[in-house]
Design a protein around this ligand. Structure first.
Ligand code: ADP
Ligand code: ASP
Ligand code: MG
Length: 452
């Protein structure tokens, strides 16, 4: 059995959805379970509508909702035509949009948006795409069955970034997915969304459909997890920054996880962990060119000093200075506890005897974090920073590669510099507007023509 996940552009319109059906058909002998994202752009539009409605712009929100309704109905008509299945899907779409319009009205009256209501709305994209894909597949001769992902992907109630409950997911997958697969059917699930034990809709965070696929793959002990997207695989850098970035044919789990965490949007950062737990290979492939090899992610790829460069902006540095406390046992633990209590993850850390610098890119709870950190000493925030990561399993052991990386940074101001304990990731904090130029110079240094 395999899990195949198709991202937004892979189900972006009727042509893309038909292409997706072709890919699944070619894999029927491997018993696919299919996970789909929302139609490209839908999640952004849903979030924008929710924000407009709660911000008092109901007319604009409803216009947005109606444009989405028309797009989904039109795509469904084009793919499914007429007949009982087509009527069912059209009814399902209309019902969801009526609910959405009501929610928009309610939000405009309330005048505020909670993480819980935002999840209810942003999860609708996948509730819309999945029935369209399932009905299209049936029409094209695949024995597809729609399964509401919220019955399987059980999470806690951390709205916006819910924590999956592995044991409950495993039990639900055995109950709702395995019998279908064993009967030769192809389950179709929306990605990104889940629900609490009590059935309240949650989401895994933006880009979370990859994570859904990995969670289903682990729960079912799949033989492979395939992530179908709009590029040839994992590349040596983000192709939007470095257009000539090259395909990586085979990469280690730990390298892929570092890249995903530091800006390689092609994989949601949490995707790798469930696959590692079960040793399930992950493949990243281009749905527009299904014959390519894509990228294979496993434990045992060959070791290179540098495999790829990643980068991201929106980084905030939190600096805590405390001549008194930091040398004392337990001080760092106490500081990290503050971040943990406020569910804020720290990306990079550097320390000295009297100070510690940490970076975060989720500033939702930062005010509360800073208020508590003041108990330890002076706290400073530096916004407008970004991270560049040089990733390769052989990096820490290669003095020449390290020297080359540092040289490529040139005279760009470094705010923090850290080599991971595994020696696999050299992270540098620079001003946000320097992320792309530094990525460019690093990519030229390691993958450019002068490499030879
Ligand atoms: P999907 O909708 O299929 O999930 P995403 O937009 O989430 O697709 O992710 C694919 C995009 O990730 C690519 O189009 C590319 O612009 C971006 N990306 C960033 N870094 C990398 C990288 N190292 N390799 C491949 N793609 C990358
Ligand atoms: N549709 C969701 C998003 O845009 C999840 C995903 O596509 O992975 O964030
Ligand atoms: Mg994605």
């Amino acid at each position: 059995m395999i899990v195949a996940k198709f991202g937004g552009t892979s189900v972006g319109d009727a042509t893309a959805i038909r292409r997706t059906a072709g890919i699944v058909k070619a894999r029927l002998d491997r018993h696919p379970v299919v996970v789909v994202s929302a139609l490209a752009g839908t999640t952004n539009a849903l979030i924008a509508a929710a924000e407009q409605a709660s911000g008092g712009h109901l007319v604009a929100a409803i216009a947005q909702v109606e444009a989405l309704r028309e797009r989904h109905l039109q795509t469904a008509r084009e793919l499914i035509g007429s007949g009982a299945d087509a009527e069912d899907v059209a009814a399902e779409i209309s019902m969801l949009f009526d609910e959405l319009a009501h929610l928009a009205e309610a939000l405009s009256v309330l005048g505020y948006l909670t993480p819980r209501s935002l999840d209810t709305i942003s999860a609708m994209g996948e509730q819309l795409s999945a029935p369209i894909v399932a009905a299209t597949f049936r029409r094209l001769g695949i024995d597809a069955v729609l399964v509401d992902a919220r019955r399987v992907l059980i999470t806690d109630a951390t709205f916006g970034k819910a924590e999956p409950q592995d044991d409950l997911i495993a039990a639900a997958a055995s109950e709702h997915l395995l019998p279908l697969v064993n009967a030769g059917k192809v389950p179709i699930l929306g990605g990104f969304m889940g629900a609490t034990k009590d059935g309240v809709t949650t989401t895994l965070g933006r880009g979370g459909s990859d994570y859904s696929a990995a969670l289903f793959g682990a729960a079912l002990d799949a033989e492979a997890i395939e992530i179908w997207t709009d590029v040839d695989g994992m590349l040596t850098a983000d192709p939007r920054v470095i257009p000539e970035a090259q395909l990586i044919e085979h990469i280690r789990f730990d390298e892929a996880a570092e890249l995903a965490s530091f800006g390689a949007k092609v994989l949601h950062p949490n995707t790798i962990a469930p696959a590692v737990k079960r040793g399930i290979p992950v493949f990243v492939c281009n749905s527009m060119r299904p014959d390519g090899n894509g990228t294979r992610i496993t434990f045992d790829a060959p070791t290179f000093p540098v495999r790829a460069i990643a980068g991201k902006g929106n980084t905030v540095i939190v600096k805590v200075r405390s001549p008194r406390m930091l040398g004392m046992p337990g001080a760092l633990r106490a500081i990290f506890d503050v971040f943990a209590r406020h569910k804020t993850s720290v990306d990079v850390v550097t320390t000295s005897e009297v100070s510690v610098s940490l970076t975060v890119d989720d500033d939702q709870h930062l005010e509360a974090v800073v208020a508590e950190l003041r108990a330890f000493g002076d706290v400073g925030l530096e916004r407008g920073k970004g991270i560049v990561a040089v990733v390769g399993a052989g990096l820490g052991g290669s003095a020449p590669a390290m020297a080359k990386a540092i040289a490529a940074v040139g005279e760009t101001r470094l705010h923090m510099l850290s080599l991971s304990a595994t020696g696999i990731n050299l992270t540098m904090i620079v001003d946000a507007d320097q992320v792309k130029p530094v990525m460019r110079r690093l990519h030229d240094a390691f993958f450019g023509p002068q490499r030879a």
